[in-house]
Every structure is written in structure tokens, then in C-alpha cells.
Design a protein around this ligand. Structure first.
Ligand code: C2E
Ligand code: MG
Ligand code: MG
Length: 856
């Protein structure tokens, strides 16, 4: 649509320009004719030759002009001027103007009927030139005695030059003729050509005057001059073309990239063929995609972009691709399938040919002209074919180069991806290991030090705030790690929340300084998506001994040291020592044994009484897991619950404990009168709390064992709910729904206890042992316990004081308002038999210790 509008605009502009020139010219002719020409005397040598000869001369002259291959050729012969000079002597001014108009009009009518306005301009410019020649000639004759003598000849020559010069200027002003010689050269050549052909005409007049038919012989030099000129100009054009071809190929070849190359190609094609437009259509690699199209026009930048072709152009491209040679599309003589192409493109004529290379057609190159006469010949087509042959190869090379550079870029990208972490952009484990290996090989005096970093409790952040925030945090951590190391050190992300730094150090202190910087830098809070997040890091450092330590081993050692840093309280760095491996191995063995503990029936349960502090009665028993590990004796839960939780086996252990505790509690309820309401407390590990099937499993166990739901208390810890508070809340609500009671264990040791009290459906608080330990003497502890009791009471929660070891502590917590107590003072955790023995006693004597059975 846009192309069509542009063409229409171009045509309008040309019409306006032509009309602008035509108007004054016609006016001038009318004025000249009215004032001078019509009053001029008759012929000087009437009757020598018939008037129709002049018509024929002008017809031939105009045909020659229309078919002249170049402006040089045209003006160098100026055939019209011969006719004008003949007319000055042989016919009346009116006859001269009429014969010229007639001859030229017939020639124009044959070839230019499509553009009547242009034809009219041409006729007008001829008429003006001739009228002027008449005026000049007769004005000069007024001062010459013998008009047929040498002075008359000079007058005729001057008149002819003045006339043809004017006609040339008018044609140039109307924008006719698109050949590129300068106006000065054209005028100079026109004057010379005018003098030459006028002289021949004068000679013809002179010979005719003496009745010599030899006048006709003068046609021979004239025609042979024309033929020679044609041959010369065609040879000259070929040479010019060759030079242009060579130069344009060089400039296309030099252009960087396909787009500029094609732009250059089109510009040179236009110049080469003196065309109005040059268009290239490049076939896409993917046949379903639109072709790349670029068009060069005067004064406009060429853009190469995918575009859909107009219907006729598409057909033309198809045709050019199908046939071996190019296509010459001339008005009225176009190949049948391409009728309408010139109108569609707004062109006078066009030539097109396929751009071919060894691997096939690359596309099609089309050039179009809009000059007054058809400007392309079969010679131009051959030139275009030659040119397109070279251009096709260049384009293919360019495309190859482009796809080659694309492949190289892709390879580089893949290489980068293979060696870098996508999230943080840091080197990944593969690249890091490579760098470590290289650093170890490079030897003394510096040693390769690997710092292994692991974020503390990153999983909790990721689970509770979402992976999006987790990712943001990792990126921010990566930035701080990179900023904390020295230039030349290699920071890397090994995966998950593990980072590492490779540093070449001379003394261990250098690595320690970096580790210290890392720990301190990461301890500063992060601001991720508007949230302030605190995360800490544990760092392990290991040193490579050149030639001894392998890269893998060095990384493993740093990892082991990092674990040690975590175990010894996190937020610190620890340097590797060989015995650490022992601990790691122990841990690995523990993990392996733990995985088989349940199926081997090694998990047992001990119970610790929870006593009603007013009546000193056992009202509940807390179930505490015990692992009787082969060759290791009985293990306390603190030594295996965290690992089991981490490994995922805690869910199964927890299920075993719960089932056993419920079964046992129900058995005691039945066996011991007065204990029908006996409650059992069971601990839930973080992983259990996030088991979506928990409520379902609890309900099943209650059903299986026959324990009433309100006789079961599930104890949760704050670290357990912290991992994903929303999920935990959901599970707790489901448990509540079952009728199970919920207790918050170790209250006071977590971070945000008060918030949890509000958010979670709780029934009971268990005051952590450290608060009780300071009683009765510690006043501050008393204040805390008092405050907790008041808070709990106002929220309607029961309070159990944990870790009561003395009578004084029992009395103190009772005095502060605690309803229940638990601790060694009342009884240590014991097995089934131990519990049975004291459940039989009706009431516990005040201050009496229960039988001890279990010693951790
Ligand atoms: P907890 O739930 O707070 O259990 C009370 C812990 O305090 C028990 O340690 C108990 O032996 C100890 N204790 C009781 N009275 C006193 C006292 O007067 N002084 C002192 N110093 N300590 C006292 P235990 O049995 O080693 O259990 C430790 C922790 O392991 C438990 O703390 C609980 O959080 C966890 N745990 C125990 N069994 C299980 C279980 O089956 N599942 C889960 N998830 N965690 C369990
Ligand atoms: Mg507990
Ligand atoms: Mg506790």
C-alpha cells in the first residue's frame, strides 16, 4: 500500500513539473509566432525539395533520438538541427514548424502514446528551439547582403545552435532524459553536434541549389557517422559498465555484514544501469517465512526487512527464479504473465534476474526505469545478469559468514552456559573445579585455598517466603561474595545455597581474612523485594598442597570444614583438619544406620510424666523417642532427630512413636483405674509438620489404637513452624479439627513466640527448661515465668513448666501459677514397665522421685 502511494506521489510530482515547464513554453511559442515568425518572409530557395522530405527527415531524427543509447550519442549528432537548417532555406517558417511537429509527432505517437504530456513537452521544446532558430536566423539576415552566401551559412549555424541549445535546456528543465552527463558537457556537445549536422545540411542545400543529386550522397557520411557513434557509445558503455561492475563488486565485498552489503549492491546496481529503483528480494532459509526485501531509490536509505510481495512482483520473482536468464519488461512488450507489473511498481520499464550461486538461487534482483523513453535494452539485461551472477555469490558468502558467526555466537553462549550458573552468572561447579585444578598445578609459592560457603537456614527462607525471594536472595548473596573477594580470586556458585571461592594464598591468614570478610559481609541484612532478610553463612577452608591434593579432594575437604562450622554454631569459618573427616564419616554411618532403624525395630519410646502441680498426680506422659542402635547402646533423640529430619526418615520414625505412644496410653487407661483420662504428649519434628498427610495419619492411628483424640497432645516447636508458617497453620487446623490438642514446646527459646501464639491454634505452652533452671533464686527468671503464665492464662492456655529438677523449682513454678510440671524431679523418661510401676501408686508423695530407669 505504501509503495503504491509513493509511486502515485512520484507521478504527481512529475506531472506537476512537466506542466510547469510546458505552460510557459507553449506561451512563449505562441508569442514568438504571433509577433515574429508569422511575419517572416517565405523560403529562400523554394521548390528545391518537396516538403514531405522534411517530414521524413524530422521523423527519422526523432526516432534516432528516441533510440539513442546515450545522451552523448544523441547530442553528438543532433539530427534535428540538420532538418531545421534545411527548413530555414527550403520552406516557409510555418511549413518548417509544421513538418517538424508532424515528423516528431509520428515518431512519438509510435513509441510514447502512454505519456502524452511528455510527448507534448518534447514537441513544445522542439517548436521553441525551431522558432528561436527562425527568429535568430532572420534577425541576422537583416544585416547580410547575400543570405545564400557564406554569411548566410554562418547565420544558419548560429540559429541552429541557439535553437538546439534552447530545446536541450527545456528538455532538461522538464526532467526528461535520465542520463547522467553534466549540463555543461551536454550543451558543449550539443553545440558541436549542432554545427556538424547543420553544416551537412548547408552543404546539401548548396548542392541542391546547383541541381546536384550528389546532395543525397551527403546522407551517407551522416548515417555512417550515426552508426559509428552508436558503435562507439555502445563500446564505451560496455567499458564503463565493466569498470562500474568491478568497482561495485569491490564495494559490495567490502561492506560489513549482509545488510550493508545488500544496500551497497542496490546502490551500485542503480548507478550501473542508471535506473530509478533497484530492488532485491532474498529468499528466506525457511520457505514459510516472508522474503527479505530491500529497495534503493535516489536519496533514500536502503533497508533490508522481511516483507510480503505485491502480487505481480511475486509472480515476477517466481518467473525469474524459474528461467535460466533474466527478463526484460518493456511497456507493451512484457511477457504475458507480467502484464501489470510496471503499473504495480510505477515504472516505465524493468529488468530482473535471479541471483544465483553454486548452491542455488539466493533471490531476485530487479531494476526499474522511469525515464521518458524505455531505458533498458537486452544489453542492459546481459549486464544485469553478469552482475547478479557475482552478487549471488557475494550474498551467499555473506549469509554463510553470518550463519557462521551466529553459530560461533551460539557456541560461545552454550560454552558460557555450560560453565556458569544461570541465576547468578558466577562460574559453576565445573568451571570452579577446573580453576582449582589449574591453581593446584601452578605450584609454589602460593597455595590454592578453597573457601566453601553454605548459607545457614536458607531452606527455611526459601520455603517460607517462596522461591522467588529465595532466588533474589541468592543473586544478592552472589554479588556480596563477588565484592568481598580480592581481584583474581574466583567466586563460584556450586549449586543450591552453596558458594565457593578459590584464592591463591601464601599464608593461611590470607584465606582466613577473606573468610572473615565473607561472614561479616553476609551477616548484614538483605533487602529483597521490599523485605529485610537475614541470612548467615558458614565457611569451610581447605588448602591444596601442590602435587598432592586433587581438585575434588580439596573441594571435599572445604565442604567437610564447612559442616564443622555449621555444627559448631554456624556464622563462622573453620579450617579443615584431617580428623573432621572422621566426624563426617560417622555422620554418614549414622545416616545409613538411621535409614534402617525403623524396619529393624530399633526405635523405642520412653515416657516422662507430666504432673498436675496442685494435686501432684500424673496426668500425662510425654513420649520421647529412643534409638537402641546396634553396638552403640541407647541413643537420645537430640543425637538423631535433626539428622533424621534432614534425611526425611523422621516422618516414619514419628509415625512409629505416635502409634506406639497411643497404643500404650490407651492400654494404661484401661489397665489403671483412676487413669482413664491419661493423656499422651507426642513431639512433631519439622518435616512431620509439613507432611500433608499428617492429620489423616493421626486420625487413622487414633482409630486403630482406640485412643480418644482429646487424650493426645501434639508438641510442636517454633523452628518447626518457621519453615513454612502458612502450611504449618493449615496442618495444625486440621489436627485441631480432629479434636487433638496442640502444645508449643520449649516456649521462650524461639524468635517470634508472641506472633505464633496469636496465629496458631494452640492449647498449651511448655515453658523451656532454661527459665526454670534459674529458679527459685533467679529473680529475672521468675519475672519471665510470671509473665509467660499471665500471657498464657489470658489466652486460655495451659502452662507446663519443663525441666523441674528440684523441689524448690517445683514450688516456685507452682507459686508463679503454672498448672503442670515436668522434669527429673518428678520422674525421668522411662520405659513401659517403669511407667506401669508408678501408675499403680494412688498418689505421688510430695517431693518423691519416681523410679529411675533410663540414663542417657
Ligand atoms: P522435649 O520435647 O523438650 O523433651 C524434653 C526433653 O527434656 C527430654 O529430652 C527430656 O529427657 C529432657 N528433660 C526432662 N526433664 C528434664 C530435666 O529436669 N532436666 C533436663 N536437663 N532435661 C530434662 P530427650 O528425651 O533427650 O529429648 C530431647 C528432645 O528431642 C525433645 O525435647 C524433643 O524435642 C525431641 N524428641 C524426643 N522424642 C521425639 C520424638 O519422638 N519425635 C520428635 N519429633 N522429637 C522428639
Ligand atoms: Mg516435647
Ligand atoms: Mg521441651
Amino acid at each position: 500500500m505504501r509503495a503504491r502511494a509513493a509511486v502515485q506521489a512520484g507521478m504527481r510530482q512529475r506531472l506537476a513539473r512537466t506542466a510547469l515547464v510546458l505552460g510557459p513554453v507553449l506561451g512563449l511559442i505562441a508569442l514568438l509566432h504571433e509577433t515574429v515568425v508569422s511575419r517572416l518572409p517565405g523560403p529562400l530557395e523554394p521548390g528545391i525539395a518537396p516538403v514531405w522530405v522534411l517530414v521524413f527527415v524530422f521523423l527519422a531524427a526523432e526516432l534516432y533520438v528516441l533510440f539513442a543509447a546515450s545522451r552523448t550519442e544523441l547530442v553528438a549528432l543532433s539530427p534535428h538541427d540538420g532538418g531545421v537548417v534545411l527548413g530555414l532555406f527550403l520552406v516557409t517558417p510555418s511549413e518548417l514548424l509544421t513538418t517538424q511537429a508532424l515528423g516528431a509527432a509520428v515518431a512519438l505517437a509510435v513509441l510514447r502514446w502512454r505519456q502524452p504530456l511528455e510527448a507534448l513537452t518534447r514537441l513544445a521544446s522542439l517548436a521553441l528551439g525551431t522558432s528561436l532558430a527562425l527568429v535568430v536566423f532572420h534577425a541576422l539576415l537583416a544585416v547580410i547582403d547575400d543570405p545564400l552566401g557564406p554569411f548566410g551559412w554562418i547565420a544558419a549555424l548560429v540559429a541552429a545552435v541557439a535553437g538546439s541549445g534552447t530545446a536541450t535546456l527545456v528538455a532538461a528543465a522538464a526532467g526528461q532524459g535520465s542520463r547522467s552527463e553534466s549540463v555543461r558537457t551536454t550543451l558543449a556537445l550539443a553545440a558541436a553536434g549542432s554545427v556538424a549536422s547543420s553544416s551537412i545540411a548547408l552543404a546539401a542545400v548548396a548542392l541542391a541549389r546547383i541541381g546536384d543529386v550528389a546532395a543525397i550522397l551527403l546522407l551517407i557520411p551522416f548515417v555512417s557517422c550515426g552508426v559509428a557513434l552508436r558503435a562507439y557509445s555502445s563500446e564505451r558503455r560496455r567499458l564503463e559498465h565493466l569498470r562500474a561492475l568491478y568497482q561495485s563488486m569491490r564495494s559490495v565485498q567490502r561492506a560489513p555484514g549482509l545488510e550493508t552489503g545488500v544496500g551497497e549492491l542496490l546502490a551500485t546496481t542503480r548507478r550501473l544501469l542508471d535506473a530509478k529503483v533497484a530492488t532485491v528480494v532474498l529468499l528466506p532459509d525457511d520457505p514459510s517465512a516472508a522474503p527479505l526485501v530491500g529497495t534503493a531509490r535516489a536519496g533514500r536509505e536502503t533497508e533490508l526487512a522481511p516483507a510480503h510481495l505485491a502480487p505481480m512482483l511475486e509472480r515476477a520473482v517466481q518467473l525469474a527464479l524459474e528461467q535460466p536468464g533474466g527478463l526484460l519488461v518493456l511497456p507493451g512488450r512484457e511477457p504475458a504473465p507480467l502484464r501489470g507489473l510496471l503499473e504495480e511498481l510505477g515504472l516505465k520499464d524493468a529488468i530482473l534476474t535471479a541471483l544465483r550461486s553454486d548452491s542455488g538461487a539466493q533471490g531476485v534482483l530487479l531494476v526499474g526505469g522511469s525515464g521518458s523513453a524505455p531505458s533498458f535494452s537486452s544489453e542492459d539485461l546481459r549486464l544485469l545478469e553478469t552482475y547478479a551472477g557475482h552478487a549471488g555469490v557475494l550474498i551467499e558468502n555473506d549469509r554463510l559468514e553470518q550463519s557462521l558467526s551466529e553459530v560461533t555466537a551460539l557456541k560461545e553462549q552454550l560454552r558460557h552456559q555450560a560453565y556458569h550458573d544461570a541465576l547468578t552468572g558466577l562460574p559453576n561447579r565445573v568451571l570452579f573445579a577446573e580453576r582449582v585444578a589449574r591453581a593446584i598445578r601452578s605450584g609454589e609459592p602460593a597455595t590454592a585455598a578453597v573457601l566453601f560457603l553454605d548459607l545457614d537456614d536458607f531452606k527455611t527462607i526459601n520455603d517460607s517466603l517462596g522461591h522467588h525471594v529465595g532466588d533474589g536472595l541468592l543473586v544478592a548473596v552472589a554479588e556480596r561474595v563477588a565484592a568481598a573477594v580480592r581481584p583474581g580470586d574466583v567466586p563460584a556458585r556450586l549449586g543450591g545455597d552453596e558458594f565457593a571461592v578459590l584464592a591463591r594464598v601464601v599464608v593461611p591468614e590470607e584465606a582466613e581474612r577473606i573468610a572473615d570478610r565473607l561472614v561479616r559481609s553476609l551477616a548484614e541484612p538483605f533487602l529483597i523485594e521490599g523485605r529485610e532478610i537475614s541470612v548467615h553463612v558458614s565457611v569451610g577452608i581447605a588448602y591444596g598442597t601442590p602435587g598432592a591434593a586433587l581438585a575434588d579432594e580439596l573441594l571435599r575437604n572445604a565442604d567437610v570444614a564447612m559442616y564443622d562450622a555449621k555444627r559448631s554454631g554456624k556464622r563462622r569459618y573453620v579450617s579443615y583438619e584431617p580428623e573432621m573427616h572422621l566426624r563426617v564419616r560417622e555422620r554418614q554411618e549414622l545416616a545409613a544406620a538411621l535409614e534402617r532403624a525403623v524396619e529393624r525395630g530399633e526405635i523405642g519410646v520412653h515416657y516422662q510424666p507430666i504432673v498436675d502441680l496442685t494435686g501432684r498426680r500424673v496426668v500425662a506422659l510425654e513420649a520421647l523417642a529412643r534409638w537402641t542402635r546396634r553396638d552403640h547402646g541407647v541413643l537420645a533423640p537430640t543425637s538423631f532427630v535433626p539428622l533424621a529430619d534432614e534425611l526425611g526418615v523422621m516422618i516414619e520414625i514419628g509415625r512409629t512413636v505416635l502409634r506406639e505412644a497411643c497404643r500404650q496410653a490407651r492400654a494404661w487407661q484401661v489397665a489403671f483405674p483412676g487413669h482413664e483420662d491419661l493423656t499422651v504428649n507426642v513431639n512433631l519434628a519439622p518435616s512431620e509438620l509439613h507432611n500433608p498427610l499428617l492429620a489423616h495419619e493421626v486420625a487413622t492411628i487414633l482409630l486403630e489404637t482406640g485412643l480418644a483424640p482429646d487424650r493426645l497432645v501434639l508438641e510442636i516447636t517454633e523452628s518447626g513452624v518457621m519453615r513454612n508458617p502458612e502450611e504449618a497453620r493449615q496442618t495444625l487446623l486440621e489436627l485441631r479439627e480432629l479434636g487433638v490438642a496442640l502444645a508449643l514446646d520449649d516456649f521462650g527459646t524461639g524468635h517470634s513466640s508472641l506472633a505464633h501464639l496469636r496465629e496458631f491454634p494452640l492449647d498449651c505452652l511448655k515453658i523451656a527448661q532454661p527459665f526454670v533452671a534459674g529458679l527459685p533464686a533467679g529473680e529475672l527468671d521468675a519475672v519471665f515465668v510470671d509473665a509467660i503464665v499471665r500471657l498464657a492464662t489470658s489466652l486460655g492456655l495451659d502452662v507446663v513448666a519443663e525441666g523441674i529438677e528440684t523441689a524448690g523449682q517445683a514450688d516456685a513454678v507452682a507459686a508463679l501459677g503454672c498448672t503442670h510440671g515436668q522434669g527429673f524431679w518428678f520422674g525421668e523418661p522411662v520405659g513401659e514397665l517403669g511407667v506401669s510401676s508408678y501408675l499403680g501408686a494412688r498418689q505421688l508423695p510430695a517431693g518423691a522421685r519416681l523410679p529411675l530407669e533410663y540414663v542417657a
